[in-house]
Every structure is written in structure tokens, then in C-alpha cells.
Design a protein around this ligand. Structure first.
Ligand SMILES: [Zn+2]
Length: 95
């Protein structure tokens, strides 16, 4: 299945979200964030829940970098996992 790239806004910039085949990531996740390129890459073989979880993780990296929060990897991991657990539910609750 060919997945469509898309864009996300952040702090007056546009992040390109790109699907990449067989992406191998250096922090053992199938995604990465590049501040230099304003891009998030996701492995195109991910399931929808996996892709959503990894996208939240990479978006957390983006926010940390762009706003200078300097969050550590373990802080990013916990933040993203916490948001992921609540996100699916609250998107349904708020009409
Ligand atoms: Zn990470």
C-alpha cells in the first residue's frame, strides 16, 4: 500500500511527514525527526497504531527541538506514550 506524505504545522514552519520503505532508525524506532530538514520519516510498513505511536514520539522530538526544551530520550518516550494512551479516546470525546 502506497501511503501519502503529508505536512504538519509547527511554530510557523511546515514539517514534511514522509513514508520511507525499510527505514532503519538509530534509536530502534521506525521513525526519525530531522530539525535540519524539517522532516519526520516513518517506515511505510508500520501498522496504523504503530505509525500513530511513532508519529507522536517524533512530533515530541520536534517540539522539544524547535522550542529548545532539550528533553532526553527517556522523557520523550514517556511523554509520547502517555499522550498516545489518551489521544484516541479524547479525539472521540470532543465533538
Ligand atoms: Zn526518540
Amino acid at each position: 500500500m502506497k501511503r501519502k506524505n503529508f505536512k504538519l504545522p509547527l511554530s510557523g514552519h511546515i514539517i514534511d511527514v514522509q513514508w520511507v520503505e525499510d527505514l532503519i532508525d538509530d534509536h530502534e524506532a521506525s521513525g526519525d525527526w530531522s530539525h535540519e530538514n524539517w522532516a519526520i520519516r516513518l517506515d511505510s510498513g508500520l501498522t496504523k497504531p504503530e505509525a500513530q505511536a511513532i508519529l507522536i514520539h517524533e512530533c515530541s522530538h520536534a517540539v522539544s527541538d524547535v522550542y529548545g526544551l532539550k528533553l532526553e530520550e527517556n522523557q520523550i518516550r514517556v511523554l509520547a506514550e502517555g499522550l498516545q494512551q489518551m489521544l484516541a479516546k479524547f479525539l472521540k470525546e470532543i465533538k
